[in-house]
Design a protein around this ligand. Sequence first.
Ligand code: NAI
Length: 340
Amino acid sequence: MTYTAVLVPGDGIGPEVAAAACEILKAAGAPISWITHQAGVAALEAGEKDLLPQSTIDAIQKHRVALKGPCTTPVGGGFSSVNVAMRKKLDLYGAVRPVRSLDGVTTRFSNVDLVVVRENTEGLYAGIENEITKGVVTSMKVATRDACLRIADFAFRYAVHRKRRKVSVFHKANIMKLSDGMFIRCAREVREAKFPQIEYEELIIDAACMKLVQDPTKFDVLLMENLYGDVLSDLCAGLVGGLGVVPGANLGEHAAIFEAVHGSAPDIAGKGIANPLAITMSAVMMLNYIAETHSDTALAATATRIRDAYNRALVDGCKTRDLGGSLGTREFASAVIERL
Ligand code: NAI
């Protein structure tokens, strides 16, 4: 059985790391047939009229799974985020970012194993901003009961499915009493009605961040709204070695896009030194997702082989510069392939 998946290389380091991940999957014999579609600045450079061409959305809708590189969003002006638009258009409401310590990557903590679950469609990311009058700007934070219930249900289902023990909601409901207030009430409601066996806690996000950096091993599944999830994902990446080692999935009922937490890293783009591990890990998540959907044990075994190979590569000291090593993107990919 061969599965078709959409490849969106993205901008900056995106094409470099995506190519390395595809090379690893190919060498492992993963039965994936890629259809490449563009998004971001890369789409315009390829002659498309839009940053997010309808053909890209259509392809993901049709094939249901995509591996995506990061897309650049200009700071303080210019066009809106292609990534946010993509998640909204495809209703990929649940972002899952597993954050785990890796053998061979030395950090302050050696046994971090947590998952950030981020609501992916609303909050301040609704992108509703107005300059009411000169010098006065409002940004609207949107929270709907439906979306709050939906992401809470998603997080608890994930916890049960993955045999996780606890869900911690990070919030600021002391200040945003209505929006964050509803977010925690919905989480509480879902837990009480359907998941009483899962341990549950609500933490005000500022103090929660302090606790997280003091001892991340106390945490398991972290549930939060969009902006908090964005910030916390990078913070958590910092606990296990950085953005080069944290994968992610954006999941909805009808499609899934797998992408690293990191961005297009313009500071190192084109130099061949970016770490392709995060997108490779995202690709492994994609293989496992397809394997589960199709009950394909052989594909799950291929995913495990890739994971074992990159874990071994790290233990053997094969590392890119962000992890203190000296390998380039392609060299790291070759080191993984040698260990398949
Ligand atoms: P960034 O994640 O691109 O880079 C932050 C730092 O981490 C940089 O020093 C970079 O060199 C390093 N880094 C990131 N990924 C790396 C990798 N794989 N290997 C080695 N080093 C790596 O974040 P930044 O600079 O804030 O954003 C750059 C652009 O990316 C912006 O336009 C932003 O909007 C976009 N972005 C896109 C995302 C997406 O497509 N999902 C997610 C985050 C940012």
